[in-house]
Design a protein around this ligand. Structure first.
Ligand code: ATP
Length: 217
């Protein structure tokens, strides 16, 4: 039980969501460590959205709307923290959802797919045999993508991604949007649009911004 008036309530609740995701096989232990790095940067940024991040959210919303074939790439941490908003963003932009994991197991892919479906996702790509295509330049299981999803996407939204894959997607000519609290990471530097903010604040803001811009010239 985390009291609402606890000074670190929001941060503690975010941790609880990840721990819960860990127990349900959605998040891996390494994901908890990655979150710790994010928390440290968030602390330094005052745990609030900067004007620069707001501009980046606006640019990301516009790019998602003008893309012909956008894909939202989902890993364990993103599913544990924001499954509801990911589904909302897909619905409102028409983007596809693809599970894309650094530590890939089919069991975890299925757990993440189920979590997204629990929040209303109608189609989830990238699970099991469906991830049969390869990203050139990457080795191991990390290069597997869905031939109907990331492989043919013009824009890929990859929150909390690792640098190698972000660089590889950019080299494939895709427009890459990321969310990363560390502005120095390779991901943050390789993406076309980098939102330096906490994913838990970004997702609701992105859904809201897309709603505001939708239908505009
Ligand atoms: P890179 O490979 O891009 O140089 P890295 O190896 O430092 O990055 P990873 O461990 O692959 O990073 O991924 C964790 C990244 O995600 C970190 O940069 C961390 O700051 C960021 N991060 C973690 N949790 C969040 C969150 N909730 N919101 C935004 N960013 C986050």
């Amino acid at each position: 039980m985390i009291p609402d008036d606890h000074p670190r309530a929001a941060s503690l609740m975010t941790r609880e969501k990840l721990v819960d995701g860990f127990k349900r096989n959605i998040v891996v232990a390494e994901g908890l460590i990655a979150h710790g790095r994010g928390e440290a940067f968030d602390y330094l940024l005052g745990e609030k959205t900067t004007e620069m991040a707001e501009s980046a959210v606006r640019a990301a919303a516009a790019l998602l709307l003008i893309s012909k074939n956008a894909v939202l790439s989902v890993n364990g941490n993103a599913a544990a923290l924001c499954a509801k908003e990911i589904v909302e963003l897909a619905d409102i932009t028409g983007a596809k959802i693809e599970v894309n994991l650094f530590y890939r197991t089919e069991e975890r892919e299925r757990a993440i797919k189920a979590e997204l479906e629990r929040h209303g996702a109608r189609q989830v790509l990238g699970v099991g045999e469906k991830a049969s295509a390869r990203i050139p330049e990457l080795s191991s299981e990390r290069r597997r993508v869905d031939p109907e999803g990331i492989l043919v996407a013009d824009t890929v939204f990859v929150p909390l991604e690792d640098g190698d894959r972000t660089e590889a997607l950019a080299k494939m000519g895709k427009s890459v949007i990321t969310v990363d609290l560390n502005p120095l990471s390779r991901t943050a530097r390789a993406a076309n649009i980098t939102i330096v903010d906490n994913l838990v604040r970004v997702m609701p803001a992105l859904v809201q911004k897309v709603s505001a811009l939708k239908g505009k010239d």
